[in-house]
Design a protein around this ligand. Sequence first.
Ligand code: NDP
Ligand code: 8X3
Length: 250
Amino acid sequence: MIAFITGSTAGIGKATAEIFAKNGYDIIITGRRKERLQEFSSELKSKYKIDVLDLNFDVRDLKQVESAISSIPENWKKINVLVNNAGLAVGLNNIQEGIIEDWERMIDTNVKGLLYMTRNVTPIMISNGFGHIVNIGSIAGKEVYANGNVYCATKHAVDALNKGMRIDLLPHNIKVTAINPGMVDTEFSIVRFKGDNDRAKNVYKGMQPLKAEDIAETVYWVATRPAHVNINDIIIMPSVQANATTTIRK
Ligand code: NDP
Ligand code: 8X3
């Protein structure tokens, strides 16, 4: 069994790669930070005695995506699960003061990157006659909150693409699932606030957020349902978070 997880150098993607590896899957991991990727690859191999293929590329760059996917050796092409996880929020500004470069990073990664990956991996799954795509959306793809404008728009796009993919891939025996988390303590907020660790820590102050492992377990669970069962869509929140904006804090 083979699981292909984008954005596996940190957070949800890393935890997801680990749970599949622990359960005996061979793993394709990706990310831009080459050193981290290679270290993680060696760690997975020695800890779980599985095979790992690490592909170092930027999901925003179509040429890099095409070349990475076409470099996949024949014996790695029986991909059971693709987890479209690589993504980010950059900034938290109102629309009138939005930073265009931040908008473009989010749109290029969360929407175009996910599309480039899907467009390049689905033909392989179609020729295999099976597959499962798990898209990591967000509560931001179900609701909109103040200053979340463009990040929320990209995750609403993921929500729509998830539904569209499921229809188009239905005749090809490819399942499609979205997992939409609330707050998860990863590098997400550090990236959103451009390295401002104090501001990032404040996001989770006085509350217990989800852990990357909570989402990884959910990904693994949806991917291991019987052949006749598909989980279309999951919203998963910390117990102290009711929706995008309502959280109980101590
Ligand atoms: P992290 O910042 O911890 O991890 C993000 C991962 O995505 C890293 O491995 C990073 O790798 C990769 N990535 C980012 N940009 C690119 C790119 N251009 N090309 C390739 N890889 C990229 O964040 P999370 O684990 O929290 O985020 C994972 C997903 O979960 C995202 O889609 C996010 O929107 C979503 N999500 C997160 C929530 C949260 O509260 N944390 C809640 C809901 C959804 P590298 O930098 O090495 O390229
Ligand atoms: C991440 C969750 O609420 O910070 O997608 O947008 S939130």
